[in-house]
Design a protein around this ligand. Structure first.
Ligand code: PEP
Ligand code: MG
Length: 889
């Protein structure tokens, strides 16, 4: 196989094989942009290595062939004694995993070539400093020496010289340091630091492969839902140096502002530094515009490259570049991460600029981003004490207790506390803490620092570079000139404005939420930009989508909100929610009734209450379908808890009190009805079949509500749905009763009802026998919550807390199947139900009302499967509309 690609052989559509970085380097090389020569070792080679522990046998030969090509292009050889070529060895997976895997720089230096480099560049100290960095990096990442050992050797030398900074060490110190590092490696590993550059290269490559399975990388993948079996590519590229003096430097650039989407030149520049120093946020950068004064020619060249890239990729690009002695080199580009707000803004701008079509614009935003824009923001009307100002690196509002290290963040958040992680700057080791925290706050670093990039990727609030803060992790506090804040104190972080406040600042709705709450009407003159951007995209989504979107709602208020949010009906009205509260005693009376008379009395008392509920909902959804589901949950849910009740009765007995007749009776009933697996017990259609009068009462309430609405001039569209059907016989029996009641009400009132009667498909047996169920059922609604529970055999109520984190760790699935539909298993049953249902009854209306109806990935699956609608909670309706539109592209 071919495991190595020269940059000129690849392209941006090859990210699966070359990784994102490799594919984009190849694309830039192809476009003729100034890219240092290099080649990419494929993810396929990595997968072979991870599976077998050995690289593919052809790899070494292919690498040396490509190296030879690269050496010719560079005019220098690796390890060449007088003027060595140095290379970087960098990871680069299919999906960006910033800082999670290894990078090894300056490969090619050894005891001899270091002298050649010094001479060729005319910089002795620089050459030795590069060499000692290589020995240190190689010693720790490749040869496994604890990096703290190198740090303590370095600290020792610095102490001798009373130096507090590496830059105060001179060439002689660095030469000594290299020797001491090499001695340390020999002592620790029994092996000398390899002098052969080819061996350095080979081992560095394997170390990058190995880092795919490092702890940081695995945590990151789990958080980002990246599959564990993709592997990383390795990019081997001629080194260029941004730290050769004032006419050199490194920077990061964005073709538009990744926070707001505003067009322009955004970025950070660090004169006389390597790219690593910029990303690490260790020194403070200057705004990219400064480069125009520092080096106008390179600045002009960079702007030109940026314009070319944006026109070529037709999207916001982010770029890493280095200037080596006034020559610009492009080191990386990719379609840049951006905030949700920027995503909507940029999609609109690019459509206006004619770079992309409206359909492409729609593809550039997503439901999760929209959901983020609907979150609340801080109230700016009250008095707030501003603690610090920093760079608004990732928007949103978060409140939490301050913590100073990752472990503490994880510990407190596991106990349910909301925390804000405060660091001088973050490193990949802080990742678990960043995941656990509500917000990340740093005192150093710019928009492209590790903290900023990672937080933005996670959609986590971040303010970085808050320079007024002095962070003291040992003392577990930070201070500003006026206040000291200790661990556990509460702060509020505004990632949109870059502000930090003392205490918990109250939150207000987002303008996007207000827009939806107001009914999603065209925004007026005074509307904010983000609302205009969202409105425009929602219009495109509604135009594009084939599926309808309904809501799960069981109160008139929720129904009205869902309608304002754009719901086209109610896909699931759960009537059990109407049996709670003060109606509980009536339900209890119904269950405990001694005879038909008592039961009927209880049912008759419930009837007007139910009817009033339905009237309200049908009114809120006038003209749109409202699917009302008959009672579903286990009966004992309406009775007191067995243990509590037993304790009460036992206590009465112990105190010699006269036993309360009601309580004793209740205890007997609760005991009789107790189920070991209530989810698999007496619920749904089973209840309707064993409790006389229950179905009739509910249907009568629906029917009379329809009559009342019609008489009031409304257009009620009620549908009756039977839950938890396993067999067509169950459905037939209930349906016959439903039909009798509908007829009776219709005859009694003289009003035609026209209520379709359908079923939920939420058990595997129902899915598998959907063909016969469809003979009787007039519509299907997929209950993917129960279908997931019963297909996997996972209790909905227990397993997520019990063992899902272990399952996610082990890679059994990337997301909970209760969150995103499991296509192969549960999805297969869905496909069967759809195909067989429609084979029996062509045009059968089928929707989904499980939680998956509001999950973006699942919405795409339901579109592909040919469902007529998805139904989800009112707040997810806009998300589902957007995703249904995107699915139809
Ligand atoms: C389902 O099972 O997917 C469903 C919508 O019903 P419930 O969640 O009420 O069981
Ligand atoms: Mg269900």
């Amino acid at each position: 196989g071919k495991y190595v690609y020269n940059f000129h052989e690849g392209g941006r559509d090859m990210a699966g094989l070359l990784g994102g970085k490799g594919a984009n380097l190849a694309e830039m090389a192809r476009m003729g942009l100034p890219v240092p020569p290099g080649f990419t070792v494929t993810t396929e080679a990595c997968r072979v290595f991870l599976a077998t522990g050995e690289p593919p046998p052809e790899l070494e030969r292919q690498v040396s062939e490509h190296l030879a090509v690269m050496e010719r292009a560079a005019g220098r050889r690796l390890g060449q004694v007088d003027a060595p070529l140095l290379v970087s060895v960098r990871s680069g997976a299919r999906f960006s995993m910033p800082g999670m895997m290894e990078t090894i720089l300056d490969i090619g230096l050894n005891d001899l070539s270091v002298l050649g480099l010094a001479k060729a560049l005319g910089r002795e100290r620089f050459a030795w400093d590069s060499y000692r960095r290589l020995v240190q990096m190689f010693g720790s990442t490749v040869m496994g020496v604890d990096s703290a050992r190198f740090e303590s050797v370095l600290a020792g030398i610095k102490k001798q010289h009373h130096a507090d900074d590496d830059t105060q060490l001179d060439t002689c110190d660095l030469i000594r340091l290299v020797q001491m590092y090499q001695d340390l490696i020999l002592e620790e590993t029994g092996e000398a630091f390899p002098q052969d550059p080819a061996e350095q290269l080979r081992r560095a490559t394997l170390a990058v492969f190995t880092s795919w399975n490092g702890e940081r990388a695995r945590i990151y993948r789990r958080r980002e839902h990246i599959a564990d079996d993709l592997g990383t590519a390795v990019n081997i590229q001629a080194m260029v140096f941004g730290n050769l003096g004032p006419d050199s430097g490194s920077g990061v650039a964005f073709t538009r502002d990744p926070a707001t989407g505003q067009p322009g030149i955004y970025g950070d520049y660090l004169p006389n530094a390597q790219g690593e120093d910029v990303v690490a946020g260790i020194r403070d950068t200057v705004p990219l515009q400064e480069l125009e004064h520092l080096d106008p020619a390179s600045f002009a060249r960079l702007r030109d490259c940026m314009a070319q890239l944006e026109a070529h990729y037709r999207d916001l690009c982010d770029i890493e570049f280095t200037i080596e002695r006034a020559t610009l080199w492009m080191l990386q580009t990719r379609v840049g991460k951006r905030t949700s707000q920027a995503a909507f803004a940029i999609a609109g701008q690019l459509v206006d600029e004619g770079l992309i079509t409206p359909q492409e614009g729609l593809a550039r935003v997503d439901g999760e981003g929209l959901a983020r824009l609907m979150f609340p923001r801080f109230d700016s009307s009250g008095t707030r004490e501003v603690l610090a100002r920093g760079i608004p690196a990732s928007p949103g509002a978060a409140v939490g207790a301050v913590v100073f290290d990752s472990a503490e963040a994880v510990r407190r958040s596991a106990e349910g506390e909301k925390v804000v992680l405060v660091r001088q700057e973050t490193t990949p080791d802080d990742l678990p803490g960043m995941i656990a925290a509500e917000a990340v706050l740093t005192s150093r670093g710019g928009k492209t620092s590790h903290a900023a990039v990672v937080a933005r990727g996670m959609g986590k609030v971040c303010v970085c570079g808050a320079g007024e803060l002095t962070v003291d992790p040992q003392g577990r506090s930070f201070s500003t000139p006026s206040v000291t804040v200790r661990e556990g104190d509460v702060v509020s972080v505004d990632g949109s404005e870059g502000l930090v406040f003392l205490g918990a600042v109250p939150l207000v709705d987002s303008p996007v939420m207000r827009y939806f709450e107001d009914g999603g009407h065209p925004p007026g003159e005074s509307a904010t930009q983000v609302v205009r951007d969202v409105h425009r995209v929602m219009g495109q989504a509604d135009e594009a989508r084939r599926m309808e979107v309904r809501a799960n709602a069981d109160t008139p208020e929720d129904a009205a909100r869902a309608r304002r949010f754009g719901a086209q009906g109610i896909g699931l009205c759960r009537t059990e929610h109407m049996f709670l509260g003060d109606r509980r005693s009536l339900v209890e009376a119904m269950i405990l009734a001694h005879d038909d008379e008592e039961r009927e009395a209880a049912l008759n008392a419930l009837l007007p209450l139910q009817r009033a509920d339905f009237i309200g909902i049908l009114e809120a959804m006038d003209g749109l379908p409202v699917t009302i589901r008959l009672l579903d949950p286990p009966l004992h849910e309406f009775l007191p808890d067995l243990t509590e009740l037993s304790v009460r009765v036992a206590r009465d007995e112990a105190l010699g009190r006269q036993p309360d007749l009601h309580e004793t009776e209740l205890l007997a009933a609760v005991t009789r009805m107790h189920e070991a697996n209530p989810m698999l017990g007496l619920r749904g259609v089973r209840l309707g079949l064993v409790v006389p009068g229950l179905v009739a009462m509910q249907v009568r309430a629906v029917a009379e509500a329809v009559v009342a609405r019609k008489r009031a001039g409304g257009d009620p569209q009620a549908e009756i749905m039977v839950p938890l059907v396993d067999a067509v016989e169950e459905f037939r029996l209930v349906r016959a009763e439903v039909a009798r009641v509908l007829e009776r009400v219709s005859a009694g009132t003289g009003v035609a009802l026209g209520c379709p009667v359908g079923t939920m498909i939420e058990l595997p047996r129902a899915a598998l026998t959907a063909g016969s169920i469809a003979e009787d059922a007039e519509f299907f609604s997929l209950g993917t919550n129960d279908l997931t529970q019963t297909t996997w055999g996972f209790s909905r109520d227990d397993v997520e807390a019990a063992f899902f984190s272990a399952y996610l760790d082990k890679g059994i699935f990337q997301t909970s199947p209760f969150e995103t539909i499991d296509r192969e298993g549960v999805g297969r049953l869905v496909e069967i139900a759809v195909a067989e249902g429609r084979a029996t009854r062509p045009g059968l209306n089928i929707g989904v009302c499980g939680e998956h109806g509001g999950d973006p990935q699942s919405v795409h699956f339901f579109h592909d499967t040919g469902l007529d609608y998805v139904s989800c909670s009112p707040f997810r309706v806009p998300v589902a509309r957007l995703e249904a539109g995107r699915a139809a592209l």
